[in-house]
Design a protein around this ligand. Structure first.
Ligand code: GRF
Length: 200
């Protein structure tokens, strides 16, 4: 299966996918990496791996709708079977959903539906939960509200701050994302209402 990965930052999830995709049996290949900002580590990782990249910055477009169209087009040129948002910090709009709906996965550093949004780790810690974790979901029109494909728990330690908890969550997150993306690529993805499952 052909994958396009969307990134906005460090790209450690992308790095994990790039490490996995070299093995043919993995069943998925990253064929393009698209970012909403230039100069980030995620783009460098892609370039070092010889993967084509594209940058679609919101500030270069007159409005959000024009950016949405451009982002959709930038991803579509790679003809992906699946799109994986791996630390992509923007919501995609209607044209993107029309084109890639039901075949776009996102990873989130909390156990959804708790603590959606940009600060899932901080919010879980502030709430005082003793277990958090990570979720891979199918992207829908809402904020981290799509059907859940898989989750892994991570225990919160008394001494944790946001950085230490996020670091442990990211270890679990990378493993989960690599596992789920490979299985989805090999076995397919079925979404029935709120329920998502790997298979045909
Ligand atoms: C991940 O925890 C992702 O879920 C999030 O931000 C982090 C991105 O990490 N929202 P990276 O860019 O893949 O290293």
């Amino acid at each position: 299966a052909r994958l396009v990965v969307l990134v906005s930052g460090a790209g450690s999830n992308l790095a994990a996918l790039l490490a996995a995709h070299d093995v043919p049996a993995y069943g998925a290949r990253v064929v393009g990496v698209v970012s909403d900002r230039p100069g980030i580590r995620g783009l460098e990782l892609a370039q070092d791996a010889g993967i084509p990249t594209a940058v679609v910055s919101l500030k270069e477009f007159p409005d959000r709708a024009a950016w949405d169209e451009a982002l959709t087009e930038a991803v579509a040129v790679f003809s992906p079977d699946y799109v994986v948002a791996a630390g992509f910090m923007k919501l995609v709009g209607a044209p993107f959903h029309a084109r890639f709906g039901g075949r776009m996965l996102n990873t989130h550093p909390a156990l959804l539906p708790s603590f959606p949004g940009a600060h899932g780790v901080r919010d879980a810690l502030a709430y005082g939960v003793k277990v958090s974790g990570c979720s891979v979901i199918v992207v829908d029109e809402g904020v981290d509200s799509g059907p859940i494909v898989a989750q892994v728990p991570v225990v919160v330690e008394d001494a944790d701050d946001e950085a230490s908890l996020h670091e442990r969550i990211k270890v679990a997150e990378r493993a989960l994302l690599v596992d789920v993306v490979g299985r989805v690529a090999r076995e397919g993805l079925v979404v029935e209402g709120r329920r998502a499952r790997i298979g045909r």
